[in-house]
Ligand binder design. Sequence first.
Ligand SMILES: NC(=O)c1ccc[n+]([C@@H]2O[C@H](COP(=O)([O-])OP(=O)(O)OC[C@H]3O[C@@H](n4cnc5c(N)ncnc54)[C@H](OP(=O)(O)O)[C@@H]3O)[C@@H](O)[C@H]2O)c1
Length: 270
Amino acid sequence: MAEKIALLGCGFMAGAIAKGLVEKNVIPAENIIAINDHNPTSAENFAAKYGTSCGAAETVAEADAVITCFKPQNYKTAMPAYARHMHSGQLLISIMAGLTTRDIKSLLPEGVDVIRTMPNMALAVGLSATGYSPKGATAEHKALCEKIFGSLGVISEVPEEDLTGVTAIAGSSPAYFYYLAESMIKAAVEAGMDEDAARMLCKQAFIGTAELWKNDDAPPEEMRRRITSAKGTTDAAIRTMEAGGMANIVAEGMKACRERFVEMGIEMMK
Ligand SMILES: NC(=O)c1ccc[n+]([C@@H]2O[C@H](COP(=O)([O-])OP(=O)(O)OC[C@H]3O[C@@H](n4cnc5c(N)ncnc54)[C@H](OP(=O)(O)O)[C@@H]3O)[C@@H](O)[C@H]2O)c1
């Protein structure tokens, strides 16, 4: 029998999950329940858009897995209205940044398993890189989480403390890639290129690079070496970026991401 899942919150990530699960026939649309207790109209609109069911807070009781798709800052105030209808034997999957298994369990009834995941926005196209920590969950619940997120991209089981690092390298990293693209387009336009042409060429360069790497097991430094002739144009660009400390800037950015992740967990449960 197909499992039922409840999505708490009907924003971008909930839409990505519903779309992927339905398109890939992982969970039938009618077994996905969209719930937003504080804004039922958004759940109704979501259900109409993705063909899912929608329901009130008490419908969480019917779900095998409940996925928290609201912001971590909503957890403390929003969860009690749902938790009072949850019961032992259910699974709660968190996609929220920061909040630990312990924080999450503190608002749930005894016997509800918690699996923390950290996906990224590419869930929407079935290409997420998702880290997950099934700490203490049953084998059946772990398998259900793997079925859901494994169908929406690649998954990697990690110890709970490593979810901080997963966020820095995979959860937030699509934004770093966009930032690099933004900077490249801006530089091309400042150097005189038409903006539409710069955007189109940059986008295609990203897509082509990703596709090439997808089909090759070589590490990125080897991929780069293959297209960097000594004293050539690419070499000139890379040397200039290195001299400007780009690797350090990236490392500092990722460090800030990890620190904020931990801080958010503390702030949200105050
Ligand atoms: N976006 C990413 O790239 C990304 C990556 C990894 C993890 N995440 C995690 O994914 C989660 C959702 O992010 P998002 O980008 O999808 O945010 P979003 O688009 O802003 O969606 C959040 C949703 O939560 C709803 N909500 C607020 N209070 C609620 C309540 N009491 N009950 C049910 N729903 C409620 C909001 O409804 P209203 O609009 O009606 O308030 C909104 O639909 C966050 O925890 C985030 O940490 C996001």
